[in-house]
Design a protein around this ligand. Structure first.
Ligand SMILES: Cc1cc2nc3c(=O)[nH]c(=O)nc-3n(C[C@H](O)[C@H](O)[C@H](O)COP(=O)(O)OP(=O)(O)OC[C@H]3O[C@@H](n4cnc5c(N)ncnc54)[C@H](O)[C@@H]3O)c2cc1C
Ligand code: SF4
Length: 463
């Protein structure tokens, strides 16, 4: 293939479903590459001496190397290499905010269009599995150690993968009835279909990882019991305390919290109803979502698919300063979401139920010492936006379990679990990683934390 592929063949994402069709379906948007398109896109890589994409990828995937293997149609080798650094490559390939990570750092991003790294990462595993490939079960003999993992989200799965490969006996507990954490009970299927996670759980089981679901540690089984039965425990329990707005009217009927809404919708689709997170149908409603992150985008696009008649996102900064993935903002807009930037909510209006939101315009002030520009209210710019339902999606605070203190697990001033560089908590036999340690972040950073914590555990156990 040519040295100038990046000029001769432009960046091209795989086909995606038509926006009108998407408005009625929870299917994934992107169809994925076929072999021919994948090879053409992979061949655009410049193989720059210093691969910035690798540095920017939190798990430091060997990106240029697996791109070259795609070009040479050595897909099974690419898959094996991709699994050396990432436990969930086909999942990260789908839902990482690549524009801020690997693709944002690609040299070609400066004028030519970055290599489509995410879609190609997804392609490798999909194509390899389609050819009958599967990740190798560990070749090492059992090391005689047993580790319990609390939480089957990305952090727990990353940790289980590395421990299992090292010959450790691993049992992953989760309070939910399926593996995946927020991948399953949070992120909607139009970004990540649930069958993809179920297949990954099966691959991990085939490699030797065991799961015990519907088991909440601290309720169904005590931490004391885990510490009796296992040599070490890894906590990957996530962050689940929804941030509040703190404005009047927040408790009116018609106010909805983002995560229970999304979970109720997924449970309905999976036919796994739960009275604690009931299905909320927004068909025919005027919906306003407050917030500008991934969770807000997912609520907006779920409401569209449920048949809401008007769906508006009100965010207090401008579009450039939105925390959500640019790609998902663009997809939301295509699907009919209306965006109101630089708007801060002051009050939820309504008597017996929500009738609207009082908003004020904002402008961004000077950057603070961390470079973040805070919104300042513009006097006299208030407006009322009519709504039947308002969803609050302001993110999540840590939700440490009440039993941490009794086991000597210390927290920082924000409620995140404190660890040393080996991910070891103040209880030497307990390790922690993912959102509960970093605060709410990303799937790929949680995977990275879990994998690195596994190495800390192996060092501690001396195997
Ligand atoms: C709506 C939404 C959309 C998102 N979209 C994206 C995206 O597009 N891209 C991206 O990279 N990131 C996204 N994120 C963030 C990402 O999902 C998280 O950063 C990631 O899942 C964190 O992984 P984790 O393993 O730390 O925690 P979690 O995924 O939260 O997993 C924690 C697990 O621990 C279990 N658990 C907790 N307590 C107990 C207990 N006592 N006993 C047993 N089990 C327990 C929970 O049931 C859960 O399964 C999104 C988050 C949300 C909420
Ligand atoms: S894991 Fe995420 S950041 Fe890393 S290469 Fe894959 S898509 Fe890019």
């Amino acid at each position: 293939m040519s040295h100038f592929s990046f000029i001769e063949g432009p960046r091209k994402d795989p086909e995606k479903l038509d926006a009108e069709q998407r408005r009625h379906e929870f299917r994934e948007l992107y169809t994925g590459f076929d072999l021919g398109s994948a090879r053409l896109q992979a061949d655009r890589c410049l193989h720059c001496g210093n691969p910035y994409c690798e540095w920017k990828c939190p798990v430091h995937n060997y990106i240029p190397n697996w791109l070259q293997l795609i070009v040479e149609n050595r897909i099974e080798e690419a898959a094996a290499m991709s699994h050396e650094t990432n436990t969930l490559p086909e999942i990260c390939g789908r839902i990482c905010p690549q524009d801020r990570l690997c693709e944002g750092a690609c040299t070609l991003n400066d004028g030519y269009g970055a290599v489509t790294i995410g879609h190609l990462e997804r392609f490798i595993t999909e194509e390899a599995i389609g050819r009958g490939w599967h990740p190798e079960a560990p070749r090492r003999t059992a090391n005689g150690k047993r580790v319990a993992i609390v939480g089957a989200g990305p952090a727990g799965l990353g940790c289980a993968d590395i421990l299992n490969r090292a010959g450790t006996e691993v049992l992953v507990f989760d309070r939910y009835p399926a593996v995946g954490g927020l991948l399953t009970f949070g992120i909607p299927p139009f970004k990540l279909e649930k069958a993809v996670i179920a297949r990954r759980a099966q691959l991990l089981e085939d490699m030797g990882v065991r799961f015990q679901l519907n088991t909440e540690i601290g309720k169904d089984l005590s931490m004391t019991q885990l510490l009796t039965d296992y040599d070490a425990v890894f906590l990957g329990m996530g962050t689940y305390a929804a941030k509040e707005g703190g404005f009047p009217g927040e408790n009116l009927p018609g106010m909805i919290k983002a995560l229970p809404y999304l979970i109720g919708n997924v449970r309905q689709l999976l036919d796994l109803p739960d009275p604690l997170t009931p299905y909320i149908d927004l068909a025919g409603k005027r919906v306003v979502v407050l917030g500008g992150g991934d969770t807000a985008m997912d609520c907006l696009r779920t409401a569209i698919r449920q048949g809401a008649v008007q769906v508006t996102c009100a965010y207090r900064r401008d579009e450039e300063n939105m925390p959500g993935s640019r790609r998902e903002v663009a997809n939301a807009r295509e699907e009919g979401v209306h965006f109101l930037f630089n708007r801060q909510p002051l009050e939820i209006l309504g008597k017996d139920t929500v009738s609207g939101v009082r908003l004020v315009e904002t402008r961004l002030g000077d950057p603070d010492p961390r470079g973040r520009r805070h919104p300042e209210m513009v006097a006299g710019s208030e407006q009322v936006l009519a709504a039947d339902v308002v969803i609050i999606a302001f993110g999540f605070d840590p939700s440490p379990a009440p039993w941490f203190a009794g086991h000597g697990i210390h927290l920082d001033e924000r409620g995140r679990v404190l660890t040393n560089a080996q991910f070891q908590t103040s209880n030497p036999r307990v390790f922690a990683g993912g959102d509960m340690r970093t605060g709410s972040d990303l799937v790929v950073t949680a995977v990275d934390e879990g994998r690195r914590a596994a190495n800390g555990i192996l060092d501690y156990l001396g195997v």
